[in-house]
Each structure stands twice: as structure tokens, then as C-alpha cells.
Design a protein around this ligand. Structure first.
Ligand SMILES: [Zn+2]
Length: 372
């Protein structure tokens, strides 16, 4: 990824004005916020690269050719650190919002993951952490305190910022309260509401734009996506997430899932939970959330947002639904999404969600459901 996405140009211009125009050199921290799949990480990286560039353009964009730009692309820039949960540093597709086409495993510049911290080494064989640890934030002190190689900025990109645990967030807060000179923190978050208010208030917040569908579809076509309209809708209009839907394996798994939950009489929560126990839970909960959104939407407005290709199944299911119990279930799913990154038992977690799904969709005659 050598540039920002076309739908981000305006945000770039505004940010350049905000930060440079008014000479607000007091900006020590930026918060790039917006939902997953909009390209926030790429924007943050490009911002870092441009700030470090020796010959930026008038618009503040990286020249792509100076030594600094080359270091950045090689992943060896001495004045840049990317802080991510250990679980993300090795697996680009896992929860990386950017579909990772621009970032390969291990190729992230100056990546500091939990893998290098003492706490995770001590507990080897443990699952890689999905949180940003306090050790990762404390390790930054050395980086911040030595002078930069080029007498310029030092930049720290945290992604996704909401994965900082409480101790990490407090350690970061100290840095934001007494910002080190010529250091810029860029926080990228899919869920700004989960960040400490004291962290949010110390950042210049940038709401990252969602492209209009035509722009997103044009971009997806350029990426060689076969059915961009369906992929984009399935991904909730976040273009980078839509790329995942073009993956045959992913499409098949998602398609199977929807097919199974479409026919209540044949759905076996136990069998489905078992089949899904190796899946990313957050993804499965998200599938359920979108499906329930569409059921509700169809019930109330006759329209769907995500499952354009499943109208027939939705038409069959929706009339029998009691909106209030579906709304309650949707709240359950929102709560489950918070727990999905660290459930105690994956299979039980899924079983419970699927049993509640069946109950929520068939409240009228639970006894006949049992007989069937
Ligand atoms: Zn450059």
C-alpha cells in the first residue's frame, strides 16, 4: 500500500490543514476512528510514512523515494513503531481490518508485538494474546527517549487501540498527559467508545470516511472482485471487509452458516456449534448480527441491507418473528461480541447463542417447535 484510498483524500486534506495550517504543533496524538474495513490502518501508516519523509509534497504526502520512505516500506524505519496485539502480528487475515493486502506477516515496519515481551515468553505455549499489553507500552520508553535518527519525528501507531488492556491504557495515558517532544501517537480504533474518555479527549479525533457505494464498487472491481455489489452489502459497506467475501472458502463457510440458520426446523445448535468451534468467534457473532439486522429490517421496512442474495429465505422467516424477542436477542449478540475475544469455552459459547437464536425466532409456539 503506497498511498491512501481514493475515498480518504478529503480526510487527508482536512487533516493536513488542521495539523499544519494552524501550526498546531501541539497535536501529539491522533485518533483515527470508524468501523472495520474502511482502510484506517493504511491511512495511519501512510500518515506516519509521510511525516517521516524527507521531501514531502505541499499536501504533506510522502515522496516514496527518499531514504526514509524506503526504510518505511522495508519495515526498518528506526523512528517508527507499530504496536499491535501479539495475535495479529503473525496472522494478517485474522482481525486485520485492511484485508492485509498491503501488509504481509512480519513485514510491518518496526513491529513490536507482544511476542517480544517478557510476560508472554514466560507463559510460552499460551495462545497469542489478543490484547495490547502494558509491557508493550512500557517498552516504548526507550524508543521515545533516544533521539530520533533523523532529528525529526518519532511515530507510534497503535492498532487497534481498543485492544489495550486497562494497565496498557493507563500507561499510554501517562505519555499522552506529558507528551514527549516531537513524538506523534496515532491510535487506530474500530470502537472508540471502548477507549478511556481521558485518552479520547487527549487526541485529535478524525472520523474516517465511509465511501459511497458507487466509489466502493468501482474500487472492488479494480481489485478483481467478481460480484462487488453482493460482497459490499455482505460486508456492511466497508470495502476492505468486502474483499474477504470474495474468498471462495470464506463465502462457502458463510453461505453454509446462513443456510443452516435459515431453516429453524432443521437447525441443530449443537452440531453447528461443533462445526464452528475453530472459527473466529467475533466473525460468527458478526454474521448473526447482520442476519438478525436484516430479519428485523425486512419485518419493519420490507428491505434488507446485507443479504441481498438471501431474500427468499428472509421472506419465509420474517413473518413469524416477534420483533421484541428479536430485539432482545440482538442486544444479547452485542454483548456476546464483547466477550467473543476471550470466551471460556468456544463450543458452549456458540451453543448458547444458537439455542437463544432458535428461541428468539420461534417465541409464538415453543411447544410445536419441540414436536417438529
Ligand atoms: Zn520520502
Amino acid at each position: 500500500m503506497k498511498n491512501i484510498y481514493s475515498w480518504q483524500k478529503e480526510a487527508w486534506r482536512r487533516l493536513a490543514q488542521d495539523v499544519q495550517g494552524s501550526r498546531r504543533s501541539s497535536v501529539h496524538a491522533l485518533l483515527l476512528r470508524g468501523r472495520k474495513g474502511l482502510g484506517k490502518l493504511a491511512f495511519g501508516r501512510y500518515l506516519a510514512k509521510s511525516r517521516l519523509c524527507e521531501n514531502p509534497s505541499a499536501e504533506g504526502e510522502a515522496c516514496q523515494t527518499c531514504a526514509s520512505c524506503r526504510w518505511f516500506e522495508q519495515g526498518s524505519h528506526p523512528d517508527y513503531r507499530l504496536i499491535e496485539p501479539e495475535a495479529m502480528s503473525g496472522s494478517p487475515d485474522d482481525n486485520r481490518e485492511d484485508g492485509s493486502s498491503d501488509i504481509g506477516p512480519g513485514s510491518t515496519p518496526g513491529s513490536v508485538s507482544g511476542a517480544t515481551t517478557e510476560s508472554s515468553n514466560a507463559k510460552s505455549r499460551k495462545k497469542p494474546s489478543k490484547q495490547i499489553s502494558v509491557a508493550q507500552i512500557r517498552d516504548l520508553a526507550d524508543f521515545i527517549n533516544i533521539s530520533s535518527h533523523q532529528n525529526g519525528y518519532k511515530i507510534i501507531l497503535l492498532h487497534p487501540a481498543e485492544t489495550m488492556n486497562a494497565a496498557a491504557a493507563n500507561a499510554l495515558l501517562k505519555n499522552l498527559e506529558e507528551p514527549p517532544p516531537r513524538t506523534l501517537f496515532i491510535l487506530v480504533t474500530h470502537h472508540a467508545q471502548y477507549l478511556l474518555p481521558t485518552i479520547r479527549s487527549r487526541c485529535l479525533q478524525v472520523a474516517m470516511p465511509v465511501p459511497d457505494p458507487a466509489t466502493a464498487i468501482a474500487w472492488l472491481k479494480q481489485q478483481g472482485i467478481k460480484d462487488p455489489e453482493t460482497c459490499l452489502a455482505s460486508a456492511g459497506y466497508a470495502p476492505l471487509s468486502a474483499l474477504e467475501f470474495n474468498d471462495d472458502d470464506y463465502l462457502e463457510r458463510h453461505g453454509d452458516f446462513i443456510e443452516q440458520i435459515s431453516v429453524l426446523a432443521e437447525l441443530s445448535p449443537i452440531a453447528l456449534a461443533e462445526a464452528l468451534q475453530k472459527s473466529d468467534l467475533s466473525t460468527v457473532v458478526n454474521w448473526l448480527q447482520k442476519w438478525c439486522y436484516d430479519l428485523m429490517s425486512f419485518r419493519t421496512t420490507g428491505k434488507v441491507r446485507y443479504h441481498l442474495d438471501r431474500l427468499a429465505a428472509i421472506e419465509l422467516l420474517a413473518p413469524g418473528i416477534e420483533p421484541r424477542s428479536l430485539a432482545t436477542y440482538s442486544r444479547t449478540l452485542a454483548g456476546a461480541q464483547l466477550l467473543a475475544s476471550h470466551p471460556l469455552n468456544t463450543r458452549l459459547f456458540l451453543e448458547e447463542l444458537l439455542f437463544s437464536y432458535v428461541a428468539a425466532l420461534s417465541p409464538a409456539s415453543p411447544s410445536s417447535q419441540v414436536e417438529a
